[in-house]
Design a protein around this ligand. Structure first.
Ligand code: SF4
Length: 287
């Protein structure tokens, strides 16, 4: 039905449908399962996302390696007790993103969206917009389909793997998926959804993958927090009418090219970037 962003926009406009509706149609066609079953599966996914986004907000969850953890509750408490700089929305979103990252690092259950390392971004953005706009679970499920459609386009034409394209391909793409969904849920056009997705990737173009000790913990959790902020600000930019000069498909192509230019040391090998600092190397020895 569609392989690229421009095909998706064309299809939505021809059929006068939202991205989520087109993605649902495609999924029904490809999977052969019934509509109700598809929705039930997505409800289960949403439940797992909700659990992981909230799990660490009221308790300290530390990673198996004991390298990281306990930050979601810190941000949540800070938001509740201080006059924060970025306000409740961004701080709440960051706390939820950190929560899922901490659940992942402690071997809990998360939904890879598109990967485990970037799993905090999509749920945190969707639950933030759910609270902000008083949306239903059904609305959020449609947002998940929108996010999935964007992720599929990138996976088909480039990569969503840090080992292949750096963190721009994991956290950057997760932000793009989330931003497109947020725009649709806020009533924005299909074109604006794709613009927001483009902004997210442009904002982190070249971001390397450099996990300390090779564990998906640090700087991964921080990039989930900044990734959800990236998604929300990009959605707002697009909803305000800011257009992406470069279309989504070209942004994805550029991201892929940049990923290929990254040396091996900056593609999940833990040999460069933050992993290759004095502290990063010491942490690796300790673990
Ligand atoms: S730094 Fe690497 S492992 Fe960590 S989230 Fe980014 S791409 Fe994934």
């Amino acid at each position: 039905m569609f392989n690229t962003g421009s095909e998706l926009i064309k299809l939505c406009n021809e059929k006068n449908k939202k991205i989520s509706e087109i993605v649902i149609e495609k999924e029904l066609l490809n999977s052969g399962i019934k509509y109700d079953e598809l929705m039930n599966r997505m409800k289960e996914i949403l439940k797992t996302m909700e659990n992981s986004s909230k799990y660490s907000l009221d308790k300290e969850v530390v990673s198996v390696s004991r390298l990281t953890g306990g930050n979601a509750i810190k941000v949540e408490e800070y938001k509740n007790t201080h006059k924060t700089i970025c306000g409740d929305i961004i701080n709440s979103a960051m706390a939820m993103a950190l929560s899922t990252s901490e659940v992942n690092a402690s071997m809990g259950k998360i939904v890879a969206a598109p990967t485990a390392g970037a799993s905090g971004i999509v749920p945190a953005a969707l639950f933030t917009v759910k609270n902000r706009l008083n949306l239903s679970d059904e609305d959020i499920i449609s947002g998940l389909f929108t996010a999935a459609g964007i992720g599929e386009i990138v996976a088909r034409n480039a990569t969503v793997s840090g080992a292949e394209g750096g963190c721009q391909a994991e956290c950057g793409v997760a932000s793009a998926m989330a931003a497109a969904a947020v725009v649709e849920l806020a009533g924005g056009s299909v074109e604006s959804s794709l613009d927001a997705a483009s902004f997210c990737i442009i904002n982190v173009m070249g971001l390397v993958c450099d996990p300390v000790a090779g564990l998906v913990e640090y700087p991964c959790a921080l990039r989930n927090a900044s990734g959800v902020a990236n998604a929300l600000i990009s959605a707002d930019l697009a909803l305000a009418g800011v257009k992406s000069l470069v279309p989504f498909d070209e942004v994805v192509e550029a991201m892929y090219k940049v990923g290929k230019l990254l040396p091996e040391s900056l593609r999940e090998t833990a040999l460069g970037g933050i992993a290759d600092t004095e502290t990063g190397r010491e942490a690796k020895k300790r673990i």
